[in-house]
Design a protein around this ligand. Sequence first.
Ligand SMILES: CC(C)(COP(=O)(O)OP(=O)(O)OC[C@H]1O[C@@H](n2cnc3c(N)ncnc32)[C@H](O)[C@@H]1OP(=O)(O)O)[C@@H](O)C(=O)NCCC(=O)NCCS
Length: 241
Amino acid sequence: MTMPLLRTLPLSPLDDAAYARLWPLLDEGEQARARRFVFEANRREYVAAHGLARLWLGRLLGRPPAALAFTPLTPQGKPGLVDAPAGLDFNLSHTDGLVACAVTLDAGARIGVDVERRDRRIGAELATAMFAAEELAWLDARPAGRGGPDLVTFWTLKEAYIKALGVGLSLPTDSFAMAPEGPALVRHDGSLPSDLACRLWVRDLPSGHTAAVAWLGPAWLEGEGQLPADLVTEEGLADLW
Ligand SMILES: CC(C)(COP(=O)(O)OP(=O)(O)OC[C@H]1O[C@@H](n2cnc3c(N)ncnc32)[C@H](O)[C@@H]1OP(=O)(O)O)[C@@H](O)C(=O)NCCC(=O)NCCS
């Protein structure tokens, strides 16, 4: 059992020289996609996320970052690695000012990550449409109700779970419920395969973002009390070049 890993990269201190070093690590498809972004900020997020994933996965696997090849792992588009060693799963997330990559090295495990700005306005209407009854009841019992930063906590946890499964929004977001205490998956209506157990983490980062990670691993570990106890978090690129 190894701890799941989360590496974040705040974009505000990332200068043009760093982007120039990341760009050649991307393959032709990634570079073409990066060029198609209308807004420079989105292009930078994309280049940073894919550069971070390549540098970090390359380091973990002892392979040159530019030689890695990505492939859809699920019909809904979760990316995986061509020739990935058994047990490796990773996931990317990018948002305004921050990108993140999460990795698990446990055989049979899957991982998902989501990052959002802590001050993102989700709005009561969207929460009511997207969240489970248990989550709405939890929010309604709080002073801020269906407003405030607790919505971002639920949003990132739910998105991380969907991304670990790799199913995209084909999974109705009110068909499973998270509790921020723990945090824990308190209902899944069968979306979690019976051979998998779920561990969740949510972190408020100094950059003003919230990051959530969902790890789905062999259920027998639950009985043995061997589910990963914690998440190892790292930041930046400095040690990866
Ligand atoms: C596409 C989706 C997987 C994530 O979208 P997102 O939150 O906007 O974007 P993120 O930055 O967190 O993640 C995007 C990355 O996830 C990865 N990804 C794409 N499809 C994926 C899938 N089916 N499963 C897991 N990861 C996926 C990709 O690496 C992608 O980045 P890339 O396009 O640069 O390679 C999907 O869940 C979605 O469309 N969500 C929309 C948001 C929403 O309504 N959430 C409900 C929360 S209650």
